[in-house]
Write a protein that binds this ligand. Structure first.
Ligand code: AMP
Ligand code: ZN
Length: 430
């Protein structure tokens, strides 16, 4: 593993590479039922792509398209060539799934290994992956990238901090993958246990999967005494390995040989100038089993103008500052308000109104739910309400995969739902 020559490719050569890859992507995509229809309707084929800007002739793809086409509508190869699937977080009902063939997994591992190499990981490093395995892409995605690079990889998974520390000590772990909210929790735990992070061996942390501020990163770096690098990805574009910080820590290089990037105004869908915030739209350039064209990520960011001091020519995006839909991310898990509503309204004791409160503590987003209880079930006594409280918490956790704060409220104590109710109170500082 080394710095791949494509990382410093000239912009003209990159454009040529993108045009070739985009044509091949269209050729494959139209073998899928969904894009077969879409591209025929639009009357667009590979021959219409002459510059990377011709991407704008193609139709956009949304998460709703992926849901409607669930499970196989975007698959562009024979079923028996598929070797892996991942699904975006969010459990019931509104699932989306992404499939890979063997070559896709190889390419993905290469991209992740490239990111790791970029921030200074080398064969011989010991890598502890402290995020969830399973359908979530941060587990297996980072895992195979680290193995590809040549690191001894510890598939620790999340939680159980005491065991995490034992693994770090026993195997002299030098690099971690950890979501920012858990990194802060982890640092607090070390402090309470009187463990000096300077005595632990990790010198690099890869942090991502959820929005976090520059301040949160600085705090993680100083509390854990290491360097922390922002990692951006989404299941639809593999997962980790889409955009990643280099040692300059001035924005994330988006790998433009693998993904074609646009930043558009989320209302007009017209491109915004470099430096201006907008919604990131991505097209896979290497994906074989399931190419995705012009995917609306709903993530708000901007292209950072100018060249990076590291010498890589792939353009950088800024930290993700928000979403253009109502999704929020708690402990790395994607959550839509509708999921919470569905759970609450399925519980007979729950009354008319509820409120979802988003706040930020220690630079990390927190979720609290307030829900009215019907008069006949409400007692002004926490002990009497404990069983119901626990039941609602369990239901929410089963659906959301994280445990929110929960307050049971007397009837008619929350804002009345009139017309389009304001169900989310966002107290997060802008
Ligand atoms: P999933 O497909 O479940 O992995 O979720 C992908 C979403 O997580 C992205 O669309 C972003 O909203 C969010 N995300 C991933 N990485 C980051 C990051 N480094 N900073 C902010 N948000 C992120
Ligand atoms: Zn750089």
């Amino acid at each position: 593993m080394h710095l791949h020559e494509v990382e410093t490719i000239g912009r003209d050569a990159l454009a040529d590479l993108q045009v070739g890859a985009l044509r091949a992507t269209l050729e494959r995509a139209r073998r899928s039922p969904f894009y077969g229809r879409r591209l025929a309707e639009a009357g667009i084929g590979p021959q219409d792509i002459r510059t990377p800007g011709d991407i704008r002739k193609l139709p956009l793809t949304t998460k709703d398209d992926l849901r409607t086409e669930y499970p196989f509508g975007l698959v562009a190869c024979p079923r028996e060539e598929l070797v892996r699937l991942h699904a975006s977080s969010g459990t019931t009902g509104a699932s989306t799934v992404v499939f890979h063939d063997r070559q896709d997994l190889d390419n993905w591992s290469d991209l992740v290994a490239r990111c790791m190499y970029m921030v200074g990981m080398r064969p011989g490093d010991v890598f502890q992956n402290m995020t969830a395995y399973g359908l979530f892409t941060g587990g297996l995605g980072m895992h195979y990238g680290a193995e590809r690079l040549g690191c001894l990889t510890v598939p620790a998974g999340p939680g159980n901090t005491q065991r995490q520390v034992k693994l770090i000590r026993d195997f002299s772990v030098t690099a971690l993958h950890i979501i920012p909210s858990y990194a802060l929790h982890f640092a607090g735990w070390l402090e309470r246990e009187g463990i000096d992070p300077g005595d632990l061996t990790p010198r690099i942390a890869l942090i991502g999967a959820e929005p976090h501020t520059g301040e949160a990163r600085s705090r993680i770096e100083s509390l854990l005494e290491l360097k922390a690098y922002n990692s951006y990805g989404l299941s639809e574009m593999n997962g980790p390995g889409v955009a990643f910080e280099c040692p300059e820590q001035q924005g994330m290089h988006l790998w433009e040989d693998a993904f074609l990037m646009e930043v558009v105004d989320p209302e007009t869908l017209e491109p915004v100038p470099d430096g201006e915030p907008g919604e990131l739209v991505l097209t896979t350039l290497q994906r074989r089993a399931m190419p995705i064209l012009r995917y609306r990520t709903k993530d708000i960011t901007r292209i950072l103008p100018g060249e990076c001091a590291c010498g890589r020519t792939h353009r950088r995006i800024d930290r993700i500052t928000g979403r253009s839909d109502d999704m929020f991310i708690i402990k790395g898990v994607n959550i839509y308000p509708m999921q919470i509503e569905r759970v609450l309204l399925g519980i007979p004791e729950v009354g008319q109104n509820y409120l979802i409160i988003l706040d930020r503590e220690q630079d990390i987003d927190q979720l609290r739910v307030k829900v009215e209880i019907k008069a006949e079930h409400y007692r002004d006594d926490p002990a009497a309400m404990a069983v119901l409280h626990r039941r609602i918490i369990h239901r929410l956790r089963d659906e959301l995969l994280v445990t929110p704060g929960l307050d049971l409220m007397p009837p008619r104590s929350l804002p009345e739902a009139q017309g389009k109710a304001q169900r989310v109170e966002d107290l997060r500082p802008r």
